[in-house]
Design a binder for this molecule. Sequence first.
Ligand code: PNS
Length: 165
Amino acid sequence: MAFEASKPVTAIYPGSFDPVTNGHLDLIARGATIFEKLVVAVAHNLDKDPLFHVKERVDMLEAVVYNWKNVEVDVFEGLLMDYARAKNATVVLRGIRAVSDYEYELQMAMMNRKIEPQIETVFMMPAIQYSYLSSKLVKELARLGGPVKGLVPPLVEEKLRAKVS
Ligand code: PNS
């Protein structure tokens, strides 16, 4: 029986990354070992009111992923599936921290599959110590003067402090 050699896979890891946390980095590290190329795609047109401008979010990401040669940071606008097609990606990577994430992620994955059946969503779990971590909570901690050390890269910690002071 002949097996077709598997093709190199480009995966998109989309998100707000407002800001990038150590949980995101954990997922990037895992994704970068599985996929030939991983594009960390920062969403531009969010309804949310981001703390960091998209350029600041991209700059922080670029500074913390430079070690991974197969990881690229980019910005996208509009439909994720249109962007993924334009990047020749066949996988969308999303993190699932707890059961509570699942419902929203399932809904999004199914909608994306309806739009583009050729692109698969792959879920990965971050390390257990990041299972409670979110950009939202990190921002709240920073605003209230709480400790964010160990939750975000040192560079992000600095930017957060500057932003909320
Ligand atoms: O980090 P987030 O905020 O959970 O990321 C959500 C994101 C940006 C991945 C999602 O909102 C998205 O894909 N937006 C692009 C618009 C789109 O394609 N919508 C239809 C998908 S259901």
